[in-house]
Design a binder for this molecule. Structure first.
Ligand code: FAD
Ligand code: UDP
Length: 378
């Protein structure tokens, strides 16, 4: 570590590393400070003791419609095309999901039901709500009470620790609802995972950046030790301001890895029918992920990661999800106002913007921020 840099970058996640690389490419010096013991932020992945990949902080399915983002990341990794297939397990049955004609055929116990039958069902069942005000209304307005209660109500309560009516409509609207047999969870044109995993991709970005890196360090520890011209902050928005207006709500989760040796894996090589299984029922976890379905790895072993949602406690857990809702929006807006007025600091990423952003949106935003920073002397 030197004693002076152009930029001090807080967080070695996607936002921090992409900006470090871009700024490094025009000769600016950066120190990246990360409080975890690894780079990659929440996208971090590793191999288990059988050499099989798993995502340490929950499943990260890369997808994008942005040519810019895809071209940029492709400088640091090759890709494996991935079909992200998801089922719901409830009442002893695997259900096709997100809701589509296949789900309706199962639900109505009529394997011959047509798209027109499903559309007629939706027309009868959908609750007439002109502008849904929350996550419950957003789904009721499309599929009605029956399918909402079966697929969304319990899952959402478990995932967020609050009912769907307390969440912004955008949360449940993330998922498509198809009237045909389309089972895609995402509609983006490009859906793929880095061929060798996320970690080597992040290492390549870091190497290209020529930035210095300090792991296991809170940025506040280095403030007395280094001089810098500009701060780039990708940590939690409220934390930067010492939570002066009160803490923003976040949701977190525990991710339990189960390594599965040969004797625990059926002949076909998989323990569940598809990549991800969602559990809307009384189980304490929301989903199980068997990543081998999309990594292209061939093995008689496998692994599962179970996700147990939990209340976020600062210092004890990681703030994974901002919680989009009326109350948090108002509070976040007050912090964003402070952030705009903070001299010499740029706030980037999911935590510092307090927005439920996917990886490609975060990369796109980091590239855009670079365009703004490059013409300014730090
Ligand atoms: P982060 O990855 O959170 O990085 C911020 C870093 O800053 C962290 O490593 C943190 O330790 C560090 N930091 C914070 N405060 C300090 C401090 N004071 N000092 C030093 N370091 C600090 N996106 C998708 O596109 N597809 C998915 O399938 C998907 N699934 C997800 C599943 C889960 C469970 C979660 C939580 C997110 C998911 N995302 C997904 C979103 C994705 O994780 C984010 O878009 C992306 O990781 C955001 O990158 P970031 O750099 O902004 O934040
Ligand atoms: N959801 C649900 N049932 C499911 C899957 C999702 O009710 O089986 C709701 C839930 O509120 C969730 C939201 O839809 O938070 C978005 O789902 P997604 O799978 O995109 O969640 P993420 O991957 O962001 O955790």
């Amino acid at each position: 570590m030197r004693d002076s840099y152009d930029y001090l970058i807080v967080g070695a996640g996607l936002s921090g590393l992409v900006l470090a690389e871009r700024l490094g490419s025009i000769g600016r010096s950066c120190l990246v400070v990360e409080r975890r013991n690894h780079i990659g932020g929440n996208c971090h992945d590793r191999k288990d003791s059988n050499g099989l990949f798993f995502h340490v902080y929950g499943p990260h399915y890369f997808r994008t419609n942005s040519e810019l983002v895809r071209t940029y990341l492709s400088r640091f990794t090759e890709w494996n095309d991935a079909k992200y297939r998801v089922n719901v397990f409830a009442g002893g049955t695997y259900w096709s999901f997100p809701i589509n004609l296949g789900t309706f055929r199962q639900f109505s116990r009529n394997p011959a039901a047509t798209e027109d039958d499903f559309k007629a069902y939706l027309a009868r069942s959908a609750v007439p709500i002109a502008s849904p005000a929350n996550s419950k209304e957003a789904i009721l307005a499309v599929v009605g009470v029956e399918l909402y209660e079966f697929f969304y109500k319990g899952y959402t309560q478990k995932q967020w620790g609050r009912p769907a009516e307390a969440l912004d409509a955008s949360v449940t609207r993330r998922l498509p609802i198809h009237t045909g047999l389309d089972e895609r969870y995402f509609r983006d044109e490009f859906q793929a995972l880095p061929k060798l995993g996320y970690h080597p991709m992040f290492e390549a970005i870091l190497e290209a950046s020529k930035a210095d890196l300090r792991l296991e360090t809170d940025y506040r520890e280095v403030l007395p030790l280094v001089r810098y011209r500009h701060l780039i902050y990708s940590g939690p928005l409220d934390e930067y301001f010492d939570c002066r207006y009160g803490a923003l709500p976040y949701r977190t989760a525990r991710y339990a890895l189960e390594e599965l040796s040969e004797d625990k894996v059926p002949q076909g090589g998989f323990v569940q029918p598809v990549l991800q299984v969602n559990y809307p029922g009384p189980e304490p976890f929301t989903r199980t992920v068997e990543l081998k379905h999309v990594t292209g790895q061939v093995s008689r072993c496998s692994n599962l990661v179970r996700e147990f949602p939990a209340e976020y406690k600062p210092g004890e857990s990681d703030p994974n999800y901002p919680v989009p809702g009326a109350e948090s929006d108002t509070l976040a807006a007050r912090y964003r106002e402070l952030a705009e007025r903070e001299p010499g600091v740029t706030f980037i990423g999911r935590l510092a913007q307090y927005r439920y952003l996917n990886m490609d949106q975060v990369v796109g935003a980091a590239l855009h921020t670079f365009d703004k920073l490059r013409d300014r002397q730090p």
